[in-house]
Design a protein around this ligand. Structure first.
Ligand code: ADP
Ligand code: MG
Length: 255
């Protein structure tokens, strides 16, 4: 059955020793949406993300990605299938320019996420030209043209975040997972980042699944918003509805 759900998480659970981090949780991400995931610290959000992205295998339940049961798939397999997660610019890439950083792609081997460059020997000239053109398009889209030849290590925090976002645009993504991408980014640059996520969604039809603590950012970007508490989904809806529900506010801020 072809579905408008990109991610469909069914009854997943994860225990760490005696602690149940995610408890029989079901939720989904609709194609074309920017779906938010919020909840108090320890609610199980990151554990759930890790199960979706293949970093943690669930104890029970299943993860369906674009109609395929991918429970137990490795992160690099999911990545190749179009489930992308942003990564901090690793140390070894800080001496490459912004443009070159976009021309680096994930490797095919487990643990080789960003270890394999387009620039490797044997890459055909025409392929390199094609990748360079794509990288320049992404640079343009993100309005990073003025820093494209700067070393990534010299970029501001916000510019690095944009570059991380840009990397997800270098491959065909069915969904982009963002785990607290706004952490440590100042308000002005946060605005840039949000605007670019919105443009990727509206103009390029990217689907996003976003964990975020910044409620203003969630309110601006996400619909629907899913609320988790104590390993379970307790609500889902537009942010205005979530904020207006006393039971949710209680679960979120209570105790
Ligand atoms: P959130 O991202 O919503 O803050 P997490 O998914 O990180 O929540 O954590 C959920 C619960 O699982 C917390 O109680 C946390 O301490 C616990 N937890 C998460 N990862 C591990 C782990 N690798 N080992 C043991 N406990 C963990
Ligand atoms: Mg977390």
């Amino acid at each position: 059955m072809s579905s408008d759900l990109v991610i469909d998480v069914r009854n997943v659970s994860k225990r760490f020793g005696g602690l149940t981090a995610v408890n029989n949780c079901s939720l989904s991400v609709r194609r074309g949406s920017i779906t938010g995931l919020i909840g108090p610290n320890g609610a199980g959000k990151s554990t759930l993300f890790n199960m979706v992205a293949g970093n943690i295998v669930p104890d029970g339940g299943s993860v369906i990605f674009d109609g395929v049961d991918v429970t137990g798939f490795k992160p690099h397999e999911l990545f190749r299938a179009g489930m992308l997660r942003t990564f901090q610019i690793a140390h070894e890439f800080s001496n490459m320019t912004a443009l070159e950083n976009l021309m680096v792609v994930p490797g095919d081997q487990p643990g080789e996420y960003l270890g394999n460059a387009w620039f490797r020997p044997g890459l055909s000239k025409s392929r390199e030209t094609e990748v360079r053109k794509k990288a320049l398009d992404v640079i343009d889209f993100l309005k990073l043209g003025h820093v494209r030849n700067e070393l990534a290590g010299n970029l501001s925090g916000g510019q690095k975040k944009l570059l991380e976002l840009g990397r997800t645009m270098m491959v065909d993504a069915k969904v982009v997972l963002l785990d607290e991408v706004a952490a440590g980014v100042n308000k002005t640059l946060l605005n840039d980042l949000a605007a670019n996520i919105e443009r990727m969604n509206r103009e390029l039809s990217y689907t996003f699944f976003v964990i975020e603590h910044d409620m203003d950012l969630i309110a601006r970007l996400c619909d629907p918003v899913i609320v988790m508490a104590q390993g379970e989904k307790i609500a889902e809806g537009p942010m205005a509805e979530i904020r207006a529900n006393p039971a949710i506010v209680e679960a979120y801020f209570g105790t």
